[in-house]
Design a protein around this ligand. Sequence first.
Ligand SMILES: Cc1ncc(COP(=O)(O)O)c(C=O)c1O
Length: 320
Amino acid sequence: MALSRRSFFGSTALAAGAALLPGELLARAGAAAPTPATLQDWDTVRGLFELSPDWVHASLFLLSSHPRPVREAMEKMRRALDANPADMLEESAFSKPEHNLDVRAAAAVARYIGASVEDVALTNSTTHGLAVAYHGLSLGPGDEILTTAHDHMVHVETARLVSARCGASVREVRLFEGHDASAATAEGLVRTLRDAIAPATRVLGVTWVHSSSGLKLPLRRLADAVREVNEKREPGRRVTLLVDGVHGLGADDPRVAETGIDVFVSGLHKWMLGPRGTGIVWARPELWARMRPINLSYNAEELYLAWMEGRAPQPPARAS
Ligand SMILES: Cc1ncc(COP(=O)(O)O)c(C=O)c1O
C-alpha cells in the first residue's frame, strides 16, 4: 500500500480544520529567489552586510555574517513558520518534491559542486557531517583511519570516537614541521600522503584548506594518487579519500565532486555565507549505498514508505 504523508495526515484529526494555502505559504517562505544582489563594486558588496564598521573583519573562517539576501530569505521563512507551522511544514517538506525546501537546497549545492542531488546530504555543520561520514563508513578492527597532524580538532576527535566505537585504529601523518607551510609543494604533499598509506589504511581523512596555515591541498592530484593505490587493491580493501572542505567551499573552484575524491564534508556557514547551522556531505553513490546511517532524514521517501508498509527499506541507500 503506497500512502503519501499527505494522505496519512489527511486521514487523521491532525489536519482537521487546517486551511491549506500552499501558494501563499511558499511565497512567504521565500520560495521565489530572494532580492538579487548586484555585486558590481566593493561598496555594494560591503553594504549587503551588517558588520560593525569599527573593525576589519577577517573572520569568515569562523562564522559568516549573513548578507542581505540570506537575511531576507531567513526572515521570510521564520515568518511563514510562525504564522502557520503545520501547513508550512506540510508544504515545504511533505508534499510535492518541487516544493521541498531541503531537496531544493541539496539541488542547489549539487549544481554548485558538480554532483547529483541524490548524493548530497544536508547537515548542520562540518562537525555533524564528519560524524555522518566517519560513523557511516563500515570500518572495524584491523582497519586504519589515516589523518594528518594539521586537521581541525573536530576531525581528530571524530576519528577518535569512531575508533573507540568500531575498533579501527587512527594514525596521523605530518606534512611539514611546525606551522610553517611555506616550503610545502603540491608534489611533496601528495608524495608524503601516498607514502603514508599502509595496507590497513581504509580511510585517508584530510583537510582541503588548513585552518592553521591556509595551506591548500591539491585535491585532484591527491585523488589521482589514491586511485593508483586502489587500483592494486581488492574492492573491499580500498582507501576512501575523505575531505573536510569547509575552508575551500565558497572560496575556491567549487566543482569538488569532479576532482576524484570520495567524500566531501563542509559547513555552509563560513565562506558560503549560508544560514548558521547548515552543512553538507557529498559522497559517491557506491559509498552511500554501503554506509550505515546514523540518523534519519524526512527526505528519504523509501524509508518512509517502508515504514508505512511495515517492511525493511530497499537498498541501495542514497544520501537522504
Ligand atoms: C578545518 C575545520 N573543520 C571543521 C571546523 C568546524 O566547523 P563547523 O562549525 O562547520 O562544525 C572548523 C571550524 O573552524 C575548521 O576550521
